[in-house]
Design a binder for this molecule. Structure first.
Ligand code: IPM
Ligand code: MG
Length: 365
């Protein structure tokens, strides 16, 4: 089979980690007889420099024609000025909106080999394996009004956390569906003691739960959740939450996996039916890490695991997804590490070399 993919490397370490993702993709293709037509595009700071916008409409159009999109990272200190009209991050937000990829799936899985790489006690983190389903196209990121203006008493700015019941329902369904494929437990995270949008979230979630009598549902306030996550991470199976809460808790959750460099993600418009394909985009949750750019030391595993998620969700190729995940597990067992997950007696590799050992595992040569 031949698949069409967009590749958007972006800024900082984005191009370096994504090159390794593509290397592993090609290795899977070779082993399983798939081929990929790759179309490269600009996003983020590099797009601002070249085209004056963080994501051109031509690139959006190109992306929409693909089976899936592989994405590196955006963010560039040259464009960090809070006065600037355009920011690299705008490109990512535009893409999420244009593709209506409202469901962002972020697995929080601690490979047993990396227990020592987390800052937490072994007895606490051991067995950490949950998934955060983050709403991705609503809430504070996109709600209107959203603006800054000047009043007679100085400047003011507003962001709006708005949700419709339809927006809540579709993401909560994704949470329930994923829980059904796992340990059948869903935790809905909100701030219903204060926010009206959270109270609506809770009402809708409770109504939808009637369709999933086999799933155990609980509600947790987001502040409690941040504490519970590092106190008893094994409590969680699937978490569903709104955009900003999901952004914050997934960075926190990455410490449970040993490194930000271990956290992949998939952004899709709902869970496809068995065997069906759906366009989505796939990215590591870490940022562009400008200080590490060009040093060949960034961990490409988050990106490589995102490629696995692409096989699973967008191409309906579960065997290929597992092939990559098993390869990562194997090389970790063999002691290969990048600097961020390095431990005593382990073999330290650069970005390219880590991509090489994983690709080699995949092809079996
Ligand atoms: C993420 C990132 C983005 C977000 C930034 C880069 C806009 O932090 O994917 O978690 O806030 O969604
Ligand atoms: Mg984030």
């Amino acid at each position: 089979m031949k698949y069409n993919l967009a590749v958007l490397p972006g800024d900082g370490i984005g191009p370096e980690v994504l090159a390794e993702g593509v290397k592993v993709l090609e290795a899977v293709g070779k082993r399983c007889g798939h081929s990929f037509e790759l179309t490269y595009g600009l996003i983020g700071g590099v797009a601002i420099t070249a085209e004056g916008t963080a994501l051109s409409e031509a690139t959006v159009k190109m992306c929409k024609k693909q089976d899936a999109i592989l994405f590196g990272a955006v963010g560039d200190p040259r464009y960090d000025d809070p006065m600037a009209k355009v920011h690299p991050e705008d490109g990512l937000l535009r893409l999420r909106q244009a593709l209506d990829t409202f469901a962002n799936i972020r697995p929080v899985f601690l490979f047993p080999e990396l227990i020592e790489a987390t800052p937490l006690k072994t007895n606490i983190v051991k067995g950490t394996d949950f998934v955060v389903v983050r709403e991705l196209t609503g809430g504070l990121y996109f709600g209107k009004p959203k603006r800054q203006w000047t009043t007679s008493r100085g400047r003011r700015a507003v962001d709006t956390m708005a949700y419709s019941e339809q927006e809540i329902a579709r993401i909560v369904h994704v949470g329930f569906e994923l829980a059904r494929k796992r340990r059948k437990k869903l935790t809905s995270v909100d701030k219903a003691n204060v926010l009206l949008s959270s109270r609506l979230w809770r009402q809708v979630t409770m109504e939808i739960s009637k369709e999933y009598p086999d799933i155990e549902l609980d509600h947790m306030l987001v502040d409690t959740c941040t504490m519970r996550m590092i106190q008893t991470p094994t409590y969680f199976d699937v978490i569903v939450t709104e955009n900003t809460f999901g952004d914050i808790i997934t960075d926190e959750a990455s410490t449970l996996t040993g490194s930000m460099g271990m956290m992949p993600s998939a952004s899709i418009a709902g869970i496809p039916a068995e065997g069906a394909r759906i366009i989505g985009f796939y990215e590591p949750i870490h940022g562009s890490a400008p200080k590490h750019a060009g040093k060949n030391d960034a961990n490409p595993i988050a990106t490589i695991l995102s490629v696995a998620m692409m096989f699973r969700y967008s191409l309906a190729l579960e065997k290929e997804a597992r092939m990559i995940e098993t390869a990562v597990e194997d090389i970790l067992k063999e002691g290969y590490r990048t600097y961020d997950i390095m431990g005593a007696g382990m073999k330290k590799l650069g970005t390219k070399e880590m991509g090489d050992v994983i690709a080699k595992k995949v092809t079996g040569k």
